[in-house]
Design a binder for this molecule. Structure first.
Ligand code: ADP
Ligand code: MG
Length: 323
């Protein structure tokens, strides 16, 4: 099968049909219409086999996740997803694999009305790059830098599930469907992000772990925060682990959860609770922004806290040896 047949068979007409796509897959560029009064939010992520996923993982889940991580970035700005492009590097043209991959991608794209408008196909080690574009009414994006002392810190969903799944898989242990789903098919919190426009002062999605990602908000905002560890929302799978041997590294420092972490002024608390309740998404207040820089935990987290700070608070670093 030629490259063009592969594109036609697996990557044409994927996702939502949108009137703002003047030209999609098939020419040198896609042509897209940004409505007047809107800004374009753009983000790109690469997933590398053996680094971000197991090379033999379920291809449908991989198609889902490769779009989900981008949609999560859009969600973290409060942007409405619109378009995506996909650069795929494949060791070979395995059509069964491509069918499953494009199905996982397409289902998530349709759910969010995202049109796949172009991409690239090359041969090489399995690597997936997805760029997403979303729309935001001008100057309404929720940035990392707006947190104010006194704001409440919230997270959505539960923390540490993907990290626990990864830990079990790495150890060759069995993984429940729930945990596997949390690792391989994260749910981007797009509706939550949109709902928080005009309410959250700062927001980020949790890709590297709460301590690292909240740390980015705090640094960008020039503030600090205090977290109440017992308030961290945990699934039963993670809390059962912690009951035996309290280990806050999972919820604090494990990545890949793709939940949202955001800050809300006290006086907007009731409004946020009411609006989010309608979405059927769980959110939990876990602490408070403070003027003093740094991230503090209650109860005091002792020596493990130091190890998180040193090794894991900065998140996964692909270039620890950069000169
Ligand atoms: P060019 O050589 O101009 O870069 P390509 O041959 O790479 O064009 O791609 C032809 C068309 O197919 C382009 O419109 C491109 O955006 C689209 N395309 C290529 N690969 C993919 C893919 N994996 N998913 C979606 N569209 C793709
Ligand atoms: Mg090309």
């Amino acid at each position: 099968m030629s490259e063009f047949e592969l594109i036609r068979n697996h990557f044409s007409g994927i996702g939502g049909r949108r009137t703002d796509v003047a030209l999609g897959v098939g020419d040198d560029c896609a042509l897209l219409r940004v409505p007047q009064g809107y800004e374009l939010a753009a983000s790109i992520d690469t997933l590398v086999a053996g680094v971000h996923f197991f090379p033999d993982c379920d291809p449908e889940g991989l198609g889902h996740k490769s779009l989900a991580v981008g949609l999560s970035d859009l969600a973290a700005m409060g942007a409405e997803p619109a378009w995506a492009t996909l650069a795929l590097t494949l060791p070979d043209a395995d059509t069964a694999w491509l069918d499953a991959f494009s199905l996982g991608f397409a289902r998530l794209a349709e759910r969010h009305g995202v049109a796949l408008v172009g991409g690239d196909l090359t041969r090489g080690p399995l690597t997936i790059t997805v760029q997403v574009q979303g729309l935001l009414p001008t100057a309404t994006a929720i940035l990392r830098r707006g947190a104010q002392p006194g704001d409440l810190v919230y997270v959505s969903g539960t923390l540490g599930d993907a990290g626990l799944a990864l830990r079990l898989l790495d150890a060759g242990e069995s993984v429940s469907e729930f945990l596997r789903g949390r690792l391989e098919r994260p749910t981007p919190r797009v509706e939550l992000g949109l709902t928080l426009r005009g309410l959250a002062t700062a927001m980020i999605d949790l890709s590297d772990g709460l301590a690292a990602d909240l740390g980015h908000i705090l640094t960008a905002s020039g503030v600090g925060a205090e977290l109440r560890l017992p308030d961290l929302p945990l699934s039963r799978a993670v809390s059962e682990r912690s009951a035996a041997d309290p280990d806050w590294r999972l919820p604090l420092a494990a990545g890949d959860d793709y939940e949202l972490c955001f800050c809300v002024p006290e006086q907007k608390r009731a409004r946020v609770t009411a609006l989010v309740e309608r979405l059927g998404i769980r959110i939990q207040a876990i602490g408070r922004v403070q003027a003093e820089p740094g991230l503090r935990c209650l109860p005091e987290y002792g020596s493990i806290r130091e190890s998180i700070r040193d090794q894991e608070q900065s998140g996964y670093d692909h270039f620890p040896d950069a000169r």
